[in-house]
Ligand binder design. Structure first.
Ligand code: PSV
Ligand code: MN
Length: 403
């Protein structure tokens, strides 16, 4: 009997797509989940309790381990300090516990926004004491990276001002540079500093790192270990994120992603739910750069951290994390189906509509049979969300951890 997968495979081979290579790339895809996405979270107005939400780092790691077990592509977890600080300070035990669950600790995220002293900012504060506290915390996180085996320090600053004249904008810029220069010296060998920008919030008049250009300029000054982190939620509605990705890739400064979507004006909605075409276009830039379709090849990043940054408030915890991973898989699968040679020819010939249609056709391909086959070969459920629902895990954690 001819299956949906057979039909798809036939169509793809007619387009010259190397299916074995596509499947290998999909099996090698990696998505990091955030420890904070398994715990209770809320809006600016209220933290909501979700039955069975993880209360400790171990419980967060248990939940992340299940996401990895069901998808096969989420083997690392980002941690947030101090939210994940062990009471006994034993980070080696945390690392070991993660390993016992089949996980590695991924990016270490310092918290530079929840101390009294940070009212006017952290590294950019006019107060030398606040700046020192922030720097010391970042240095502490660099030491933690060594203990948990992490190679990425992921920095996001809530720093900025609310009123014109509140502070000197150039002085704030310089303080940030000075602080980060000092921080760089403490990075473990072969590790990276990822610098995230955000257009607004919680400061509303000026944000010290408002866009990718500011992050990029800083990274250039700091050296090759500093790279830009693109959080999909941190852009204004009309901004072309895939173009930012293309630019940073070509400059070798794309450090990683925080996946989510920008409808929240921040970062907590499931990636790929509102604008799957945009997510496809982002992955298309990544797949194109990996395939070397813009010659001569430039600083294409080979080490991009693909991380989810989402805290779900109304849709549960584990199921939306699974769906987020699956949406990234779908976007990547479609991007891998773009016929690059034909596209390059259409582009070179100035065939505007033809080029667009080739890309749009790749996007319109139903890749579900392909992903089902990849999951079978990976030995994970064909439908991870359905498998999760059927597993009884949600009931079990609600009973154990409290409704
Ligand atoms: C706040 O916007 C934020 O979501 C940033 O995106 C960080 O990456 C995250 O918190 C964790 O610190
Ligand atoms: Mn983020």
């Amino acid at each position: 009997m001819t299956t949906a997968y057979d039909l798809l495979a036939e169509g793809l081979s007619a387009r010259g797509v190397d299916l074995a290579a596509v499947k290998a790339a999909l099996k090698a895809q990696r998505i990091e989940t955030p420890s904070w996405g398994y715990a209770d979270s809320g809006t600016r107005f209220k933290t909501f309790h979700w039955p069975g939400a993880a209360r400790t780092t171990r419980e967060k790691l248990d939940d992340a381990a299940l996401v990895h077990k069901l998808t096969g592509v989420a083997p690392s977890v980002a941690i947030h300090i101090p939210w994940d600080k062990p009471e006994d300070g034993d980070y080696a035990a945390m690392r070991q516990y993660a390993a016992s669950r089949g996980l590695a600790i991924g990016a270490v995220n310092p918290n530079l926004f929840q101390e009294e002293n940070y009212r006017l900012g952290s590294l950019t504060s006019p107060s030398a004491a606040a700046r020192e506290q922030a720097l010391n915390h970042i240095i502490e996180c660099c030491a933690i990276m060594g203990k948990v085996g992490s190679t990425a320090l992921s920095l996001w600053f809530a720093d900025g001002t609310n009123y014109a004249g509140q502070d000197d904008l150039r002085a704030r810029k310089r303080r940030l540079e000075e602080g980060l220069r000092a921080a760089c010296k403490h990075l473990p060998p072969r590790s990276r500093m990822l610098i995230e920008y955000k257009l607004f919030e919680p400061a509303f008049y000026s944000t010290d790192l408002p866009d990718w250009g500011a992050s990029f300029a800083l990274c250039l000054k700091l050296g090759p270990q500093a790279q830009v982190l693109v959080d999909l939620g941190h852009h204004a509605s009309g901004v072309n994120i895939e173009q930012i990705v293309a630019f940073l890739l070509d400059e070798g400064r794309l450090g990683g992603f925080h996946f989510n979507n920008r409808k929240y004006a921040d970062d907590d909605l499931i990636v790929g739910t509102v604008n799957p075409f945009e997510l496809f276009l982002i992955y298309n830039e990544l797949a194109g750069a990996a395939a070397g379709d813009a010659e001569p090849a430039r600083g294409t990043a080979t080490n991009v951290a693909y991380m989810i940054d989402q805290s779900h408030n109304i849709e549960g915890k584990i199921a939306p994390m699974l769906l987020s991973v699956m949406n990234c898989q779908e976007a990547y699968a479609r991007a891998l189906l773009t016929p690059r040679k034909m596209l390059a020819e259409a582009q070179a010939a100035g065939d505007v509509l033809g080029a667009h249609q080739l890309l749009a056709d790749a996007y319109r391909t139903d890749v579900r049979p392909l992903l089902a086959r990849v999951r079978e070969e990976l030995g994970v459920p064909v439908d991870p969300v359905a498998a999760y629902r059927a597993s009884g895990y949600e009931k079990k954690i609600a009973a154990e951890r409290g409704k």
